[in-house]
Write a protein that binds this ligand. Structure first.
Ligand code: CUA
Length: 311
């Protein structure tokens, strides 16, 4: 939908992306023009003033004050134009309009959690109202991450122990990609999601149904399993990924790296999610981060119910 972007940039879908693009193209075309002029002059001089026989000595060079001053002035003016324009766009990108809709973002290895003003916590995809400024207040539970929506031209590092923020206004109801753009561990490339911009009234409806309302625990757990990117490390069909498969897990005998063993009951499933380092299954790396311990009790119950159902 909408324009599909150019060779250089993805489609543009926020109120600031047009400004960022204009600046980008200004810098690009200035660079292209200067590159062509410099290379053309270089080639011309190489041919025009090449050495024609062994004993040839060039004439002494005389500087041209006029030429030197004009190149210095032109470059200074170009740099000042780019700086002034860039600073204006920078301010626009960094100062959210008053009254922006605020969503808390929590990054962790390797998922995005979004907390809405009414307390709803939603993992995976970011649902927002279209045509309304949205401000994200972001922090990380573990390492550095970076929140990036190419189509909005917004990118901001997400840090542990301090807040950073970013704002945007989607110019249409559509779906856009979210990337983590700071290397944050071995599932960094799987730390993806989408921004889903709804028309305002649809957004209210979505928010009202965003929790587990109306779903069975297994259905809610299945949704959370996808939203929290559990499926990037744990298959549900018996195949081996980074971690053990969920298929047939419940009720099976687990052999741990420590030499101990246990039968996988509900308590085992729960403790494996909230304290994964306590019992590491033999033959697998202790790769699971402890960040899932921050899921709510409701969500943990639903995940356990779902994992039990994968047989
Ligand atoms: Cu999170 Cu890369």
């Amino acid at each position: 939908m909408g324009d599909k972007g150019t060779f250089w940039l993805p489609e543009s879908a926020s109120t600031v992306s047009g400004d960022v693009d204009s600046l980008f193209y200004l810098v690009t075309w200035i660079s292209v023009v200067i590159f062509v002029l410099v290379v053309a002059a270089m080639v011309y001089f190489m041919l025009r003033y090449r050495r024609r026989h062994e004993a040839q000595v060039g004439a002494p060079a005389h500087e041209s004050k006029w030429f030197e001053m004009s190149t210095i002035m032109v470059s200074t003016i170009l740099v000042l134009i780019v700086f002034t324009w860039g600073f204006q766009v920078y301010l626009k990108l960094n100062i959210a309009p008053p009254g922006a809709y605020e969503i808390q973002v929590t990054a962790s290895q390797w998922k995005w959690d979004y907390t809405y003003p009414d307390g709803t916590v939603f993992a995976g995809d970011l649902h927002v109202p279209a045509d309304r400024p949205v401000r994200l207040v972001m922090s990380s539970m573990d390492v550095l991450h970076s929140f990036f929506v190419p189509q909005f031209r917004v990118k901001q590092d997400v840090l542990p122990n301090r807040y950073s923020s970013v704002w945007f206004e989607a110019t249409r109801a559509d779906t856009f990609d979210v990337y983590c753009t700071e290397y944050c561990g071995n599932q960094h490339s799987g730390m993806l999601g989408q921004v889903i911009a709804h028309p305002q009234d649809e957004f209210e409806d979505w928010l009202a149904s965003a929790g587990g309302g109306g779903l069975s625990p297994e259905e809610y757990g299945e949704r959370l399993f996808g939203q929290n990117n559990c499926n990037t490390c744990h298959s549900i069909d018996g195949s081996r990924l980074v971690g053990p498969t969920m298929q047939g897990l419940f009720g099976s005998q687990r052999q741990f790296a420590s030499g101990e063993s246990a039968v996988a009951d509900e308590n085992y499933l729960l403790s494996s999610i909230v304290a994964p380092a306590a019992q590491v299954v033999e033959g697998y790396p202790p790769a699971m981060p402890p960040s899932y311990g921050s899921l709510s009790q409701d969500q943990l119950n639903a995940l356990v119910a779902y994992i039990k159902s994968v047989q």
